[in-house]
Design a protein. Structure first.
Length: 564
């Protein structure tokens, strides 16, 4: 390791072989041809299931990225880094904070200044450890003294006299104050030795995962040094693909891109999961590694539920959540270690596993999440799963008209048949739906179609969460939401209507909302009329309705049903 660090010193401090440049990469837009799997669709099914696939096409968007090319392999394992916008932003904040620590007087610290800083982000995001390598390369190329610390026994010192030599923490504690003041200590190991909290002159930058950030083992260091905190944002698809392109195959195949996107959209924006844990090619074991990862996810979910962590979600949140926050540690030591609730698929998976254990726990998750404003995404996903569970179970329903024209408005009454199969009735496209529902011998619907609940195999079209033909001439489209406003794309409904038999004369859009929820403010795209004035689509009259899904409805729908 010492020789490895000395090579870093030689290439970056001595030869200054660090190049930061902009590159242009064509980023595929797979959501246009392979959108997010729908409710109950396993990531393994998304690519291998017996459903009509959407052929990948060359739909790309040229985007500019910043990369750092180092002259030697960095501690993160590569000599080429994607410089995320977070890196530049946080680096500037750290530099400003370090310069602002000292008062005008010699050796005097500014009162209330952050003497050290720590960085946090979702577990498995990979960006935190890479950011330390980025800081190391940047500082060495500018001749700035730095320590890369693995732990108190392995600290590698870089300055004009020391070419990446391994020392221990004791040696650092003995350094003169003027030498300490020039040092940045880059580490991912929380400092626990009490001496780290003394009035030392150096500047510690700790990159750590959230569960370690809450540990009391280094609280003395945090308190004594008034440690500042910065949070890294979630990875975007464009960033995931850029790293994949920079470090992976020269020309990725459509299959590899599709596998990468499926992993990203189902299992979350964690770079380590998408780029390391699960390979993209079938030959490299994509299916096997994906299955193994899903088994670990289930184990983590079961642990999360068994410890009753959901009961402590609100009590354990000691700070306001940022808009992109996910529940990574709802209770001390009762956390997904490798998967937080960062995607719709994971939220649905949590609900299904919970319902297998207890309907009270499963349906109780939604109100717990809903009570906290920072968790709106998660509560919306959980409610969507609850509503889908109720609709798939079938029964008789009454939906009220939106807006209510008068007190004598009649409710929309309809019945959904209970699905006797373990697999829901999916449709992959409007054409695929038409093939399933059209009568082969005459115009109109097939006799067994009325009352059958259909689910979109993917998250497109966005205006449809499910549908049922309540009568031979009536189509009911469901939108599940906890949002106060909602947009409906009439073009999507029109495309669906054109593919169906001409005998469909009425289309009803039913918004499924939780109890005590206000009616959503509906916006119809492509038209200028108010929501109350809805033009017919392909000759079919459209009406808007609201269906309230209560806790009692959820409990009544409890059945033993495997998660697909």
């Amino acid at each position: 390791m010492s020789n490895f660090m000395q090579e870093i010193y030689h290439q970056m401090w001595v030869r200054q072989r660090v190049i930061v440049k902009n590159v242009t990469i064509g980023v595929p837009q797979p959501h246009l041809v392979r959108p997010e799997p729908g409710y109950g669709v396993n990531p393994e099914q998304a690519l291998t299931g017996d459903f009509p696939g959407l052929e990948f096409t060359e739909m790309v968007r040229e985007q500019e990225f910043t990369v750092l090319q180092a002259g030697a392999r960095l501690p993160c394992g590569t000599d080429l880094l994607l410089v995320r916008s977070d890196y530049d932003r946080i680096e500037r904040l750290l530099v400003a904070s370090e310069l602002g620590r000292w008062s005008d007087g010699p050796g005097l610290l500014e009162p209330g200044a952050n003497l050290d800083h720590k960085l946090s982000g979702p577990s498995g995001s990979e960006g935190k450890s890479v950011f330390l390598s980025y800081l190391l390369a940047r500082r060495l190329s500018m001749g700035q003294p730095t320590v890369y610390r693995e732990d108190d026994r392995k600290c590698f010192l870089f300055d004009q006299y020391t070419p990446g030599k391994q020392v221990n923490a004791d040696a650092l504690f003995r350094l003169p104050m003027d030498q300490q003041k020039r040092l940045w200590i880059l580490t991912s190991d929380p400092p626990t030795d009490p001496r780290w909290s003394y009035s030392c002159g150096w500047f510690v930058v700790l990159a750590d995962i959230p569960e370690h950030m809450k540990s009391t083992s280094h609280s003395e260091w945090e308190t004594g040094r008034n440690v500042g905190v910065h949070y890294m944002s979630d990875w975007q698809w464009s960033e995931i693909f850029a790293v994949f392109k920079l470090l992976g195959p020269d020309t990725p195949t459509p299959s590899e891109i599709g596998n990468l996107y499926t992993t990203f959209v189902c299992l979350g924006p964690a770079a380590r999961t998408c780029l390391i844990s699960i390979p993209t090619s079938i030959e490299a074991g994509y299916n096997r590694r994906l299955s193994a990862h899903l088994c670990r996810v289930d184990t983590n979910i079961q642990t999360f539920l068994a410890r009753g962590a959901y009961k402590s979600i609100l009590a354990s949140l000691t700070r306001p959540l940022s808009p992109n926050s996910a529940v990574m540690e709802p209770a001390e030591d009762a956390l997904f270690r490798k998967a937080g609730i960062t995607t719709r698929w994971l939220a649905h998976r949590v609900l299904m596993v919970a319902l297998e254990q207890s309907s009270r726990i499963g349906f109780g998750l939604f109100p717990y999440f809903l009570r906290y404003q920072g968790l709106q995404n998660i509560s919306g996903w959980i409610f969507e799963g609850c509503a889908q569970y109720v609709l798939s179970h079938g029964g008789s329903f009454n939906a009220g008209e939106i807006p209510i024209a008068n007190n004598n408005s009649l409710p929309l009454k309809f019945t959904i048949q209970k699905n006797q199969s373990a697999c829901p009735h999916y449709f992959a496209s409007t054409g695929h739906l038409a093939q399933q529902v059209k009568d082969r011998y005459r115009d109109g619907l097939a006799p067994d179609t009325v009352g059958k609940y259909f689910l979109p195999y993917s998250r497109r079209p966005e205006s449809i969460d499910g549908l049922v033909f309540s009568h031979p001439d009536t189509l009911i489209i469901f939108r599940i939401t906890i949002a106060g406003t909602l947009t409906i794309d009439l073009q999507e409904i029109q495309d669906l209507s054109r593919a169906l038999p001409a005998t469909i004369r009425q289309i009803r859009v039913v918004f499924v909302v939780p109890q005590a929820h206000t009616r959503p403010d509906v916006t119809l795209l492509c038209i200028s009329e108010a929501p109350a004035i809805i033009p017919p689509v392909s000759g079919s009259a459209i009406g808007l309705f609201q269906l309230v899904c209560t806790y009692g409805d959820m409990q009544a729908a409890v059945v033993h049903r495997p998660f697909i």
